[in-house]
Design a binder for this molecule. Structure first.
Ligand code: TXA
Ligand code: MG
Length: 330
């Protein structure tokens, strides 16, 4: 345990961005908005800064991090692109897509950040504040979601402060994050691209860009062994304290309700609290609201959070993935 820090929260203006760049260069930790969720950033090339980041998150050190860079040219310095990888980068960068690639020989990302794997996860974010910070710093920034390990990902500066206040130097406040779920992760390590995590870009869009179908590893393959394929896929990764009951068509006594769509659940009047992910049934709006609604219902003092069924198409795959993890026994 290190001594508590004073965590400052500052609006994302030019002064704050310059300060964020200096803080990263000095080995410090800053939280900043991306289009998906808030990230907790550190200098990707500085092993000590990365070690501090793991400590601040309370994250097991075998869980590797995503390196955030400004453009494709910077990404090529870190990882080797197959034809499929290049196609995906052209279609979706900047944006909520992470590519897992073989490390280049000269890749400067610290071994601690890649957990000793010979692959590296790379992403080019589209959020203006994230881009300005990466540009001000001038080197890759590793950034997991800016929550304590095991908590749901933060979509506002207030969420970050609640989880990491006293543990990091600076939170750059750029408002609520627009996408609301993490990036889609695609491994391009051979000629069969694999979806390691559903996220902000739907499977259908990726398959269209590749003109082929994606495989997704089984949960066992993804989390087994000494060097799991996607260690962050551990079943209970996203976890409110209140148990979740999925695919609920009605509310039981003592439950809060996470609703979806225009049709009310049976007995919704008796819910301790009701929040609707998207009253008009829009999956993009639902993704943007998912983590903040889970946090709010988690603090409603209910015995259980009943969750109405969410369709599986489009961003529904990522939403259902996060809800299944949040509901997993711990
Ligand atoms: O949207 C996002 O991706 C956010 C924002 C901040 O960019 N970041 C994020 O990072 O969600 P994190 O650390 O919470 O999740 C990263 C995931 C983990 O599941 C990790 O196991 C996986 O990426 N990962 C990282 N490097 C990997 C690698 N070389 N091979 C396989 N999986 C990897
Ligand atoms: Mg995370």
């Amino acid at each position: 345990m290190t001594a508590p820090l004073v965590t400052r929260v500052s609006k994302a203006d030019g002064t704050t961005i310059a300060e964020a760049g200096r803080c990263l260069a000095a080995g410090g930790l800053i939280a900043f908005p991306t289009e998906t969720v808030y990230g907790l950033g550190a200098d990707a090339t500085n092993g000590q800064a990365v070690a501090r980041l793991y400590e601040a998150k309370g994250r097991p050190a075998f869980n590797p991090l995503i390196a955030h860079v400004i453009d494709l040219a910077a990404a090529r310095a870190l990882g080797r692109f197959s034809n499929d990888a290049a196609r995906l980068a052209a279609a979706f960068w900047p944006g909520p897509l992470t590519l897992v690639l073989p490390r280049t020989a000269a890749c400067p990302v610290s071994d601690l950040a890649t957990a000793g794997l010979d692959s590296v996860a790379v992403r080019v974010p589209s959020h203006a504040v994230a881009r300005a910070i990466i540009e001000a710093f001038g080197k890759p920034v590793v950034a997991p979601s800016a929550n304590r390990s095991g908590h749901v990902s933060p979509t506002t500066a207030a969420h970050v402060l609640a989880d990491l206040g006293g543990r990091i130097e600076l939170i750059v406040d750029g408002g609520a994050t627009p996408v609301g779920v993490e990036s889609t992760i695609i491994a391009c390590l051979d000629d069969e691209p694999m979806m390691l995590r559903p996220g902000g870009i739907a499977r259908e869009a990726i398959e269209r860009a590749l003109a082929k179908r994606l495989t997704r590893p089984t949960a066992e393959a993804a989390t087994a062994g000494d060097a799991p394929l996607a260690p962050g896929m551990l079943a209970s990764h996203y976890a409110p304290r209140t148990p979740l009951r999925l695919d609920a068509t009605g509310v039981d006594p003592g439950e809060a309700l996470l609703a979806f769509g225009p049709k009310p659940a049976e007995r919704h009047e008796q819910a301790a609290r009701v929040l609707n992910l998207s009253p008009r049934g829009d999956l993009i709006e639902a993704a943007a609201n998912l983590f903040s609604h889970l946090r709010a219902l988690d603090s409603a003092g209910a015995e259980t959070i009943a969750v109405m069924p969410i369709p599986h198409n489009g961003l529904g795959e990522a939403i259902n993935d996060r809800l299944t993890r949040a509901a997993a026994p711990r």
